[in-house]
Design a protein around this ligand. Structure first.
Ligand code: GLN
Length: 235
């Protein structure tokens, strides 16, 4: 399964404070497993990608930054699409000729986690906005809480994860989902987390709080059968 020919250029990013996480990361993921095949790609064109790298590092997961088309040929078993500005990210993906290969990877089953702008990149429908990868059967509303009032913090439950802190920054929410999409969380009657097969999205930013549970959930998704090896043939 694992593609050992791929090279893994990143330094070991494992953090020391993983042990402070209450559920014990060693249960499911841990830097001591010696499994070098577990690498997650983080789209690093714009936005909050370093914060995701730090969270994954605390879980003992290597990350590799995806900055140009050639980076897609590296070995990685999951992909993070960070928050930022979806219009800027979409333009850069097009300018760098990365949109179509990325779309094929995600469509081919690569586990993908989109936060905020990353959610908008994945959405098939964006109210008052352009679509980009257009793979996930959701209708998202950009800047849904208003540009000025769009930043707030709360705690809410996510199905399969528990009650977690949620930081919203000029966030979208999901207005409606297709039948294959599982709603994972709602805040004030709006959908803020959802999953469709290999695609997980949150309209908030779990990478901006200390709670590792959403990232752990995603890492578990990457270990449950999806892999880039399957998608690599499509490239
Ligand atoms: N409002 C931004 C957009 O439209 C998303 C904000 C964020 O990622 N924090 O892309």
């Amino acid at each position: 399964m694992s593609d050992t020919k791929a090279h893994l250029p990143l330094a070991d990013a494992a953090g020391d404070d993983a042990a402070s996480d209450s559920r014990g990361v060693g249960d499911t993921v841990g830097r001591d497993s010696g499994d070098s095949s577990r690498v997650i790609g983080v789209l690093a064109l714009q936005g909050a990608f370093i914060e995701h790298e730090k969270m994954l590092g605390k879980l003992g997961i290597r990350t590799v930054e995806i900055r140009q088309r050639g980076d897609l040929e590296q070995h990685f078993t999951g992909l993070v699409l960070p928050g930022g500005e979806s219009t800027v990210q979409g333009k850069l993906l097009r300018d760098l000729n990365m949109l179509e290969p990325l779309r094929q990877l995600v469509a081919g089953g690569l586990p993908t986690f989109g936060t905020c702008a990353g959610l908008l990149l994945l959405a098939k429908h964006v109210e008052d906005g352009d679509t980009h990868l257009a793979l996930m059967d959701i209708t998202a509303k950009r800047n849904a809480y208003g540009r000025q009032l769009g930043s707030f913090f709360t705690h809410a439950e996510v199905t399969g994860i528990g009650t977690i802190p949620m930081t919203f920054i000029r966030a979208p929410y999901i207005e409606s989902v297709g039948k294959n999409v599982q709603i994972l969380s709602e805040v004030n009657g709006h959908i803020v987390a959802a999953q469709q097969g290999n695609m997980l999205v949150t309209s908030f930013h779990p990478e901006l709080n200390d709670d590792l549970s959403v990232h752990r959930y995603f890492v578990n998704m990457t270990e449950s059968g999806h892999s880039l090896d399957q998608a690599a043939d499509i490239l």
